[in-house]
Design a protein around this ligand. Structure first.
Ligand code: AMP
Length: 228
């Protein structure tokens, strides 16, 4: 099934890649530039954990260990979010699907809406460098600006360059041990999706080791063709 370039069908883009590949950063860029809604199952799950919902309580331990939350929980959270009106103009999925079961369920769900996955973009990176990237990152809790201890420290330690807040946050699962488990989960359960989408003619590969602007440019070209 291929949604192709049909302009009357809202585009569905998927970003694939290991932790630290830049899925969140690039999904936000695509949201701003093309009006696609960024849907991050990691963010939705973290919100469920923070809110103490039943799904959040079940997900918390698995997330802290760097494993994958059950397809059942993730699919329920994602399909609810997809029903919201803002998703009608198209979405960029960040961190979903992560298993073949999730990919098949997504295809079925989209089929009922007359949609399909238009492009599954693999952000190609070097795993070892990713561990360093992920363990050094943190964000401003007030405005969401991202930082890195080495690559992008704030001008004044502890103070956000953008909004001035003093509320830097690190994800609980961005420690070396959990990142290794997350990488293992990626290779065992998510990497097979590259073949899944290649067979369906939807896979695109983008070199994601270089400059953020160049990566954004490559992704924009793909998105332009789908949103034209
Ligand atoms: P992320 O923010 O995408 O790095 O996800 C953080 C954590 O949330 C992962 O390590 C998983 O434990 C869980 N998670 C996020 N998305 C999924 C998904 N699609 N399937 C299963 N677990 C997920």
């Amino acid at each position: 099934m291929d949604g192709g370039n049909q302009p009357n069908i809202a585009p569905v883009l998927i970003l694939l890649g290991p932790p630290g590949a830049g899925k969140g950063t690039q999904a936000r860029m695509l949201e701003e530039k093309f009006g696609l809604v960024q849907l991050s199952t990691g963010d939705l799950l973290r919100a469920a954990v923070a809110a103490g919902t039943e799904a959040g309580l079940q997900a918390k331990e698995v997330m802290e260990a760097g494993g994958l939350v059950s397809d059942e929980i993730v699919l329920a959270i994602l399909s609810d979010r997809l029903e919201e009106p803002d998703c009608a103009n198209g979405v960029v999925l960040d961190g979903f699907p992560r298993t073949t079961g999730q990919a098949e369920a997504l295809d079925k769900l989209l089929f009922t809406k007359g949609q399909a996955v238009n492009a599954a973009i693999s952000l190609e990176v070097d795993d070892v460098k990713m561990v360093f990237r992920v363990t050094g990152r943190f964000t401003c809790g007030a405005c969401g600006e991202g930082y890195h201890e080495t690559f992008k420290p704030p001008k004044v330690e502890g103070i956000c360059d953008v909004c001035g807040a003093q509320d830097m946050k690190r994800r609980a699962d961005d420690n070396a041990k959990t990142v290794m488990s997350r990488l293992d989960a990626y290779h065992a359960q998510t990497a097979p999706l590259l073949a899944y989408y290649a067979e369906r003619g939807a896979l695109k590969k983008v070199d994601a080791m270089g400059d953020i602007g160049a990566i954004a440019g490559a992704l924009s070209k793909i998105a332009e063709r789908l949103t034209a």
